[in-house]
Design a protein around this ligand. Structure first.
Ligand code: APR
Length: 175
């Protein structure tokens, strides 16, 4: 099926989405934090942190998987986005987060996954720059994999949703 048709954009709280896996915008310690990291740990409960403590952290651009505990999602994929500084490698690391998160999703057999706007909060990545990178990375993986049926971007504001919508429409026009 057309890869872009399997991408959905929604405004809402990622911790409430009925998908098989959700992606957490974590930090390298994987020991929790604010933003979506805090929301996911609060919703999942203390067992999530207990499992994260066994993972030995995570490098920027990499992704590690845990169970979802009290979340609707069965799994949480923890990835660490780049702290934005405007260098070329920021885009490469942000792409890596999406590609590596989807590798973990394919490995565990999940059929649906939701992403937040990785690095677009505390880590300062301008969402207008991040959205095309995120969408292109996901579309590229989807074009290689029929197993993944649904990738949702859960945006936490109408503004972010409209930026992703514009980036999605531009991508669709050029695919
Ligand atoms: N659902 C969906 N998106 C959310 C939610 C939520 N419940 N809560 C926050 N967001 C959005 C933010 O509005 C932002 O658009 O997630 C996006 C990512 O922002 P952050 O959570 O700040 O993540 P990031 O910019 O990657 O910074 C990571 O922040 O929380 C700490 O421990 C984390 O140190 C790490 C850093």
């Amino acid at each position: 099926m057309n890869d872009l048709r399997r991408i959905e954009l929604v405004e809402g709280d990622i911790t409430r989405l009925p998908v098989d896996a959700i992606v957490n915008a974590a930090n390298r310690t994987l020991l929790g934090g604010g933003g979506v990291d805090g929301a996911i740990h609060r919703a999942a409960g203390p067992q999530l942190l207990a499992e994260c403590k066994t993972l030995g952290g995570c490098a920027t651009g990499q992704a590690k998987i845990t169970a979802g505990y009290n979340l609707p999602a069965r799994w949480v994929i923890h990835t660490v986005g780049p702290v934005y500084s405007g260098v070329e490698s920021d885009a490469e690391r942000l792409r890596d987060c999406h590609v590596n998160s989807l590798q973990r999703v394919l490995e565990c057999g999940a059929r649906s996954v939701a992403f937040p706007a990785i690095s677009c909060g505390v880590y300062g990545y301008p969402v207008v720059e991040a959205a095309p990178i995120a969408l292109r990375a996901v579309a590229d993986v989807l074009s290689e994999s029929a197993a993944l049926q649904r990738v949702v971007f859960a945006l936490f504001s109408a503004d972010y949703l409209s930026v992703y919508r514009e980036a999605f429409d531009a991508l669709q026009a050029h695919r």
